[in-house]
Design a protein. Structure first.
Length: 70
């Protein structure tokens, strides 16, 4: 018991499982991030992996158009 109190583990114990909707939202956001990462990777691979100001603007346009499509 003394070990629990001195290490601070008493206060860092998990408070519970996140709700269904918060887990669903997190999974959805992670999937969208992976899709955006793939779009950027494909764009850079097609253009020689050079990240310039123009490439950043074009990537922004690609991601904006991607978010509008269902």
């Amino acid at each position: 018991m003394a070990n629990v109190l001195t290490t601070g583990a008493w206060f860092s114990a998990p408070t519970g499982k996140p709700s269904f909707f918060s887990r669903l939202l997190r999974v959805h956001l992670e999937a969208r991030q992976r899709q955006a990462d793939r779009v950027v990777e494909q764009y850079l691979a097609a253009r020689g992996f050079t990240l310039t100001d123009d490439a950043e603007r074009e990537i922004g346009r690609l991601l904006a158009n991607e978010s509008r499509q269902p």
